[in-house]
Design a protein around this ligand. Structure first.
Ligand SMILES: *Cc1c(COP(=O)(O)O)cnc(C)c1O
Length: 221
């Protein structure tokens, strides 16, 4: 990547970090970005990176290590769980008790407690990952016997919109669900909002925003 591109990464991060309220943390979504770009982002102040694929994350983790926190933000397959629990500090996309059980077991083997977010299918879209809003609290309840996985919040994508303002109703609904579950469970994080929608997500109560293109430019791959 050109020097100008690298400088732009740092400028983008500075602009984003200055605009975030103090209680909101930035997750740099780094799928398809190079180790060099990610290191530049870390230099620019990024503390958390979000990766979608275990194999891609493994290569990058080998080069970058623990100077940044690693969040898993993709769809986790059962046969990748053992690898994933070694790399990641948080898994944001739990949507079944089966995957939670597999993570619990793999974490017990390496004596780790994994903080996780429940991914909510807030648009109730077919063929989308995530648990339905009405099933979310039950999933957390079903996980209460697990010792090595700890639900600490919710994550949602929402349907795709051209107009960012259209995300608002889904973010609002996710926040209401978060507040209801918080009555019974000790949850802290609400991960929602991407490059085009994070301003709206923050207005609606996000505490983690996941930004890729807004940091690194449009994805080519
Ligand atoms: C890629 C990705 C993002 C970031 O999307 P941008 O539009 O590039 O900001 C956020 N969340 C998830 C789950 C992603 O896969």
């Amino acid at each position: 990547m050109l020097i100008e591109g690298m400088a732009r990464i740092r400028d983008n991060i500075r602009d984003i970090l200055t605009s975030l309220p103090g209680h909101v943390e930035l997750v740099a979504a780094t799928k398809s970005r190079s180790v060099e770009e990610i290191l530049e982002a870390i230099e620019g102040g990024v503390k958390i990176v979000g990766e979608n694929y275990t194999r891609e994350a493994e290569e990058k983790f080998r080069a970058i290590g623990s100077k940044v926190k690693w969040h898993f933000i993709g769809h986790l397959q059962k046969n990748k769980v053992k690898k994933a629990v070694r790399i990641f500090d948080m898994i944001e996309t739990i949507d079944s008790v089966e995957i939670a059980a597999a993570i619990d077991k793999a974490c017990a083997e390496i004596k780790k407690v994994m903080p996780v977010l429940i991914e909510v299918n807030s648009g109730k879209e077919e063929n989308k990952s995530g648990v339905l809003p009405e099933d979310t609290e039950n999933l957390i309840k079903d996980m209460s016997g697990f010792k090595n996985i700890k639900p600490v919040g919710l994550m949602t994508m929402g349907p795709f919109f051209e107009n960012p303002e259209d995300y608002r109703q889904y973010f609002k609904a996710a926040r209401q669900l978060f507040d209801r579950i918080k009555i019974n469970y000790d949850i802290k994080y609400l991960s929602m909002g991407m490059s085009d929608s994070y301003h709206i997500a923050i207005q609606e109560g996000a505490s983690l925003v996941r930004i890729g293109a807004g940091i690194f430019g449009p994805r080519i791959q």
